[in-house]
Design a protein around this ligand. Sequence first.
Ligand SMILES: NC(=O)c1ccc[n+]([C@@H]2O[C@H](COP(=O)([O-])OP(=O)(O)OC[C@H]3O[C@@H](n4cnc5c(N)ncnc54)[C@H](OP(=O)(O)O)[C@@H]3O)[C@@H](O)[C@H]2O)c1
Length: 202
Amino acid sequence: MASETSDSTNSSLKGCVNVALSVDGFIAGKHGDLDWLNNHPPATDDDSGDMGFTQFLARIDVIIMGRTTFDVVVGFGKDVWPYGELPILVWTSDVDNVCIPDWIRDKNGVTAWPASSPQDLWNELESRENYKKAYIDGGKTIQSFLEAGLVHEFSLTRVPILLGEGIALFSSKDSTRRKLIHISTKFFDNGMVTSKYMIEDV
Ligand SMILES: NC(=O)c1ccc[n+]([C@@H]2O[C@H](COP(=O)([O-])OP(=O)(O)OC[C@H]3O[C@@H](n4cnc5c(N)ncnc54)[C@H](OP(=O)(O)O)[C@@H]3O)[C@@H](O)[C@H]2O)c1
């Protein structure tokens, strides 16, 4: 079994994805709805209480988040803000119009970042910061970084539902084959299944 910390690339900064998705590959319903995920019964055999998310975040240095996902999580409110004080770069084509509430500004370094070249952002972070792990979140945003070869690890939690339509994790336009190394799979008694993978040779 491969180690989760083994290094398959020369890049010092690793992109990590951690999402829940339907069995047919959607991270949200057609209009961004998450009821199928939020209303799913919790697992009684999940010792962490959050499907290992806190443990995942403990390895992360910076979050790169699509503007739509940022707006959604900000909308949940400060009492359920899950990201602690991790710095966040909001990936957007309209940096002047990202609404960052004061309660996040106070504790997180939140910066709106022009969604142009994932590689340029990567170069900037590698030259400026000593970050090792970047959490990349949001459908379009994950697709952009995956296409640029900057996603190295996936944690995919399959929810036992077929949504039929919605926001897809993977783009049908990206025809690149990528070989994955399976790290682990954990089954929960509510039917959710979390599989971790590394991308080989990105
Ligand atoms: N199930 C899960 O675990 C999970 C995880 C994350 C998100 N979600 C859900 O997924 C939905 C959001 O996904 P999404 O795919 O719509 O959006 P997203 O990646 O969160 O955000 C899309 C926005 O990011 C910017 N952006 C990203 N890639 C870009 C590119 N290549 N070029 C230009 N701009 C780019 C644009 O912002 P501007 O419009 O500002 O230019 C775009 O509108 C939400 O409903 C969220 O709740 C679910």
